[in-house]
Design a protein around this ligand. Structure first.
Ligand code: ADP
Length: 161
């Protein structure tokens, strides 16, 4: 069984993430989306909320499992008995960081490979950070995130005001 882990913060999951998830699901028997409990960042959505969002928006993809984790991605990958880390590459700016991460992970865990999926053109500009920025001004989010996420973001930001 081929199993991959797609790790990230997903605060929140965007159409770009979802595109990578769908495409990875076609390449592996199972894809585990790993939601990082990151104490260094203050996320808009809690880890549990991010996990629930991802479960909801991937309901129609049978070979997706969503779990949270903390610590090193390679340890989580081993725990999951997976062989591959999937990451999305948007622009050249992602490349340097991703290359460094992939090489560091390979030194720590030579049996685990990182595979990059190049972003679909229509999502190349999209990041969770910019979506949060425009959401704060009440913009229409329908082109950026699934409708369920747009609704939750609007609710969350309303409660913050
Ligand atoms: P991290 O904080 O680990 O970078 P993110 O949740 O921002 O987590 O992203 C997780 C992964 O998804 C990364 O590999 C990132 O490059 C990729 N990604 C983010 N946005 C997009 C997008 N619009 N298209 C393709 N890949 C993306």
């Amino acid at each position: 069984m081929t199993r991959a882990v797609y790790p990230g913060t997903f605060d929140p999951c965007t159409n770009g993430h979802l595109d990578i998830i769908r495409r990875a699901a076609r390449q592996f028997d199972e894809v585990i989306v790993g939601v990082l409990r990151n104490s260094a960042k203050t996320p808009l959505f809690s880890t549990e909320e991010r996990v629930n969002i991802l479960r909801e928006v991937t309901r129609d993809i049978p070979n997706i499992v969503v779990k949270s984790f903390h610590g090193l991605s390679v340890d989580f990958v081993k725990e999951c008995d997976a062989q591959v880390i999937v990451r999305g590459l948007r622009a050249i700016t992602d490349f340097e960081y991703e290359l460094q991460m992939a090489q560091t992970n390979r030194v720590m865990a030579p049996g685990i490979d990182t595979m990059f999926l190049i972003t679909s053109l229509e999502y190349a500009y999209l990041s969770s950070t910019t979506v949060k920025e425009v959401a704060a001004f009440g913009a229409d989010l329908s082109k950026f995130v699934p409708p369920y996420v747009a609704e939750l973001m609007q609710e969350k930001l309303k409660n913050r005001k």
